[in-house]
Design a protein around this ligand. Structure first.
Ligand code: AMP
Ligand code: GLY
Length: 424
């Protein structure tokens, strides 16, 4: 079959890598792709948030199946447009994508079906929001309702910071995303992510992961899109996963179906786990980046069969082959990230690295310039490895990262520390 993947980061490179291992895939196109993806698939220049353009491209290229990587096309309704054009698509409708694009909507759905999450309230004006913060006290969490590229959440450890966050959000710091503000109880515990495929009714867990959001070692410094990840997440053991499935995922999926907006796609369930009890922090309506890279490393070719079963609503009959393995990815970022960083710095050494079912360097922000590879983004490479233990996966990934010749880049040396001995 002919397959189109929308997106151009490390997540999409890993999706492309897994899909290509499946003999069902005849032709793979990725839009827009990047320099790494270009080496394994056709890349197309396409505005992936323009539903009409995506449909026209899919039809004129005889595409049988579209996999949507990032949230923006989903929130824009591109999956709805493809379904209307009779193109099979992996990814939720615009209405179901509200589970990521509106935090208040998600909290309301949780309340309607009894899914455990932080106590909350929603506000459209500064005064009542500030009164609520004062009445609740700190620590407390202030969130812009809409999509803010992961930046619209302030975990305030004192009341003054929380009040400042309220002012900042209603002051327009996050644009339209902050027109409504959600204020939540602070949840203590350890965070982990649970990935579940949903076909509207049936659900199938496909793995767990933990990522490192802070830029600095020891999980310090500024927040980023993620500096590394590993799978599985030891804290999210079978008993926690079962609880999360029974108490959060199944009730939410049933509630979405009841509302006439069934959820189809991968549900990224961000959990806070305390004493074996999972509570929902957030949903994302797509694979995480870089969590997808470690999941794809472990799933390999079957990822395509699972995504197809999801899109065809036959998940109840699908089976997943679990291997007793571990994967870890180290993000190499441009120096300065997540602040200002320079673009166009040259990257060498990748050609000498192993590329097999245990070793892959997924590209996130790269381009070819006069036959040289250069960095074009903040997060640039995802050095990913698999092993029989997390330590083995970690050692393989760092052995590769150390051989990448990129003076303009940096990486954390402690990815996986919570799950390994906290030293390197
Ligand atoms: P979100 O975008 O909703 O995932 O929030 C970003 C990050 O803020 C999460 O990954 C958590 O680390 C933190 N966070 C969000 N909500 C809460 C909460 N209610 N309690 C504690 N930490 C939170
Ligand atoms: N790594 C976090 C995310 O993709 O949202």
């Amino acid at each position: 079959m002919n397959i189109l993947i929308l997106g151009g980061g490390g997540r999409e490179h890993s999706l492309a890598w897994a899909v290509l291992q499946n003999p069902k895939c005849d032709r793979l196109i990725v839009a827009p792709g990047n320099a790494g993806i270009e080496g394994i698939a056709d890349c197309a220049d396409l505005d992936i948030e323009d539903g009409a353009a995506v449909c026209e491209f899919a039809v004129s290229n005889a595409v049988d199946f579209v996999i949507v990587g990032p949230e923006a096309p989903l929130a824009a309704g591109v999956a709805d447009d493809l379904r209307a054009a009779n193109v099979l698509v992996f990814g939720p409708s615009k209405a179901a994508a509200r589970l990521e694009s509106s935090k208040a909507f998600t909290k309301e759905v949780c309340d309607a079906c009894g899914a455990p999450t932080a106590a909350w309230a929603r506000f459209t004006d500064t005064g009542p929001a500030k009164d609520y913060v004062h009445a609740q006290g700190a620590p407390i969490v202030v969130k812009a309702d809409g999509l803010a590229a992961g930046k619209g959440v302030i975990v305030a450890m004192n009341e003054a910071d929380a009040q400042a966050a309220v002012d900042e959000m209603f002051g327009g710091a996050f644009g339209a995303a902050g027109a409504e503000v959600v204020i939540e109880e602070f949840m203590a515990g350890e965070e982990a992510s649970f990935f579940v495929l949903c076909d509207g009714t049936a659900v199938l867990p496909i793995g767990t992961a933990q990522d490192h959001k802070r830029v600095g070692e020891g999980d310090t410094g500024l927040n980023t899109g993620g500096m590394g990840a590993y799978s599985p997440a030891p804290i999210l053991n079978d008993s926690v996963a079962d609880r999360a499935l029974d108490e959060i995922v199944k009730p939410v999926v049933a509630e979405m179906a009841r509302r006439g907006t069934p959820y189809q796609g991968v549900l990224y369930v961000g959990l806070m786990i305390e004493n074996g009890r999972p509570r929902l922090v957030e949903f994302n309506v797509r694979f995480g980046d870089p969590e997808c890279q470690v999941l794809m490393m472990r799933l390999g070719a079957q990822a395509l069969d699972l995504m197809l079963a999801c899109a065809e609503a036959s998940l109840a009959d699908a089976r997943i082959n679990w291997a007793d393995d571990h994967a870890l990815t180290v993000v190499m970022a441009a120096q300065g990230y997540p602040g200002a960083y320079s673009k166009g710095t040259p990257i060498g050494g990748l050609d000498e690295l192993p590329e097999d079912s245990k070793h892959m360097v997924f590209h996130a922000g790269t381009a070819k310039r006069d036959d040289h590879l250069v960095a074009t983004g903040g997060r640039v490479l995802n050095v990913t490895a698999r092993g029989g233990s997390l330590a083995e996966a970690r050692n393989r990934a760092y052995a590769m990262a150390d051989r990448v010749d990129w003076p303009g880049g940096f990486f954390r040396r402690d990815i996986g520390w919570r799950a390994l001995a906290p030293k390197l």
